[in-house]
Design a binder for this molecule. Structure first.
Ligand code: IPD
Ligand code: CA
Length: 274
C-alpha cells in the first residue's frame, strides 16, 4: 500500500492530468454534447466524463500495482492482480450538467480506501476544475485547500447561516416537506449543482451545512468530500444522526446531513423530519 504522503502526490498528478485531458471539452462545451450511453451510476455519459476517468486511471496505473476502481462511469474494475492494494472511488466529473452549460461549478472527486466502505476512506481529493481550487485530506492529518489547512464553520445558529440543500428530485413534495421547518429558520439557502464541491464548502466554512436526503446521491459523488469534511472538523451523519457507513459502489445511494460543528448539527437534526 502507498504511504500517506505518496497518495497526495499521486492525487495531485491525477488532478493535473484531468485538467489537461478535459481542457479541449471545455472550449467546445454545449448542452448538445452527445450522450455516450448510460454510466454505471445510471446517468448519461458525456465524452468529458470518460476523458476525466481515463486521465485518473492513467496516473494510477503508473504508480500503483493493483487497485479496484469504483467509478460512476465505468463501474467496478480491477487493475493489476486480483488482490487489490486499495479501492479508488471516483466521480470523474461531479456537476457534468453545470460543465456542459458553462456554469463554472464542477469538480473531480477521488477517494482512496482500504475496503469498499465509506468509513475506510483514508485519502481524498476534490478539485474545483474551473477555479483550480483543490481540497485534500488524509485520515488524522487534517484537511487542506490549496495546501492551506482548513476548518469548518464555528457559527452555531441558523439565523446567519448559509445552508446548502439539494432538492433536485421529482419527489420534491415528499423531500421538501421534511425540510420545511429547517428552511423557515435558515437565513440563506443555496444549491450550486456539484455536491462534492458543496461538501467542501462546508469543510472550509464557506457554508454552515449541506443536506442531501433525496435518496438519490451516489456514494461515488461524496466519498472524497466525506473525509474532507470530517478532517476539517465538520460533522457528517445520516439524517437520524448516526454514523454514515455505506458501501462504496456506483449504485449505492446515500442520505446525509453535513455541517460545521456539533451544535448547529444538533439543531439541524432536530428540525429535519424523519
Ligand atoms: C450530480 C451533482 C448534482 C446532484 C446530482 C448529482 P453528477 O453529480 O452532484 O449536484 O444534484 O444528484 O448526480 O451526476 O454531475 O456527477
Ligand atoms: Ca459524475
Amino acid at each position: 500500500m502507498q504511504a500517506q504522503n505518496d497518495w497526495l502526490q499521486i492525487l495531485f498528478q491525477c488532478k493535473e492530468n484531468v485538467k489537461d485531458s478535459t481542457a479541449p471539452y471545455l472550449d467546445t462545451s454545449s448542452v448538445s454534447q452527445l450522450d455516450l450511453g448510460i454510466g454505471a451510476g445510471g446517468d448519461p455519459i458525456k465524452s468529458v466524463d470518460l476523458a476525466a476517468e481515463k486521465a485518473i486511471v492513467e496516473v494510477l496505473q503508473k504508480h500503483i500495482v493493483s487497485f479496484t476502481l469504483i467509478s460512476e462511469e465505468s463501474g467496478v474494475k480491477e487493475f493489476g492482480n486480483a488482490n487489490a492494494q486499495c479501492y479508488v472511488t471516483v466521480d470523474p466529473i461531479d456537476g457534468t450538467n453545470n460543465l456542459i452549460r458553462g456554469i463554472p461549478f464542477y469538480a473531480t472527486s477521488i477517494a482512496i480506501s482500504t475496503k469498499p466502505i465509506l468509513s475506510t476512506v483514508y485519502a481524498a481529493l476534490v478539485t474545483d476544475l474551473f477555479h483550480d481550487t483543490t481540497y485534500t485530506a488524509q485520515k488524522n492529518e487534517g484537511a487542506y485547500c490549496n495546501g492551506r489547512k482548513i476548518g469548518s464553520s464555528t457559527l452555531e445558529s441558523l439565523d446567519e447561516a448559509m445552508l446548502g440543500l439539494d432538492l433536485n428530485s421529482y419527489k420534491v413534495e415528499e423531500i421538501a416537506s421534511k425540510l420545511t421547518a429547517l428552511i423557515q429558520k435558515t437565513k440563506h439557502v443555496r444549491h450550486f449543482g456539484a455536491n462534492a464541491l458543496e461538501l467542501c464548502y462546508v469543510a472550509d466554512g464557506t457554508t454552515e451545512a449541506f443536506i442531501d436526503i433525496r435518496g438519490k446521491l451516489r456514494t461515488t459523488d461524496m466519498a472524497a468530500a466525506y473525509l474532507i469534511v470530517k478532517e476539517a472538523g465538520g460533522k457528517i451523519t445520516t439524517p437520524a444522526g448516526d454514523a454514515l457507513d455505506v458501501k462504496l459502489s456506483p449504485e449505492q445511494k446515500v442520505n446525509f446531513i453535513a455541517s460545521g460543528n456539533t451544535q448547529i448539527h444538533k439543531t439541524i437534526l432536530g428540525l429535519v423530519k424523519p
